[in-house]
Write a protein that binds this ligand. Sequence first.
Ligand SMILES: *Cc1c(COP(=O)(O)O)cnc(C)c1O
Length: 341
Amino acid sequence: MSFALHVDTPRWRAHLDAVAAETAGLVPVAKGNGYGLGLVRLAEEATRLGAAALAVGVAEEVAAVRPAYAGPVLVLTPWHPAYGDPPAADPQVVHTVSHTEAVDALPDGARVVVELATSMRRHGLAAGRWAARAGRLRRLTVEGLALHLPLASPGSYAEAQRLVADARAAGLPVPSVWVSHLTPAQTGMLADSLGLPVRLRTGTRLWLGDRGALRVRGTVLDVHRVQRGDRFGYRQRRAVAPGHLLVVSGGTAHGVGLEAPKAVRGLGARAKVAASGGLAVAGWARSPFTVAGAQRWFAEPPHMQVSMLLLPAGVTPPSVGEPVEAQVRMTTATFDRVVLG
Ligand SMILES: *Cc1c(COP(=O)(O)O)cnc(C)c1O
């Protein structure tokens, strides 16, 4: 049996609709593993929401969102001639340019957003650097400025205002602004204060903003009773106490890893687990699986498609075939199936 994502579709869509309703200029972001849901499903939802544009991470993903989304697709990773071949000419693709070399190398008329350097320091140039290239930029179709701001930073709104003012002062064309990681309210305020369309590129808050609509389930594949000292697994560890070994679907191929989930992330929390004399002291790790109301320990590092868990004596083991809930990081998870409920 498989490791599956179960979507409460009416609830999930109600959340998507609510985000779309409060965000004028929403640009859904569909990239990577599609936030666990898959790129095609996200592209379909972007179409259903009537999004005026969709953003993908890399140029290769444009093909993945077609034909489910037919409108303009923004590629978030900047294009640079040194990265590889020039992109195929496509009037429905908007490129991100973050280097002057890209401006020089793109074909006439290519649609672009011009990325300004922000406090992120990931990509982008200061307005003055772009202004020095204004003549070359005029060959391209500049859709607007791109601003990638840090997550939940109190200064982001003021930073966005300042950067747009810099760009205007430098004489850059600013028909619109494409931001990341402002709130919908800040986006609206920015649009009003600038008198410009402001588009908000959003992935996590949109697709994963109502986690209750998404449930991840493995399946109990096998149950073995063990006595203290019994050996098991690839590493032939010994059971430290009597109980049961559970073999559940969900392993490294699904992104089920050894990293402690959020609940025990952070030095303080880890110290507490260690101080409580928990298994962490002996190098054991808590699994993302919940069985009989508690998050269980891995019996050994997860295998490719299954994990072995420890269930202490006194807890009635589930039966073969029963579902097991798991908390996984959706941007690194791969599911055998996505079940739409
Ligand atoms: C991935 C990405 C986003 C979306 O990020 P979320 O935190 O998932 O909303 C927005 N802008 C850029 C430039 C990105 O790379």
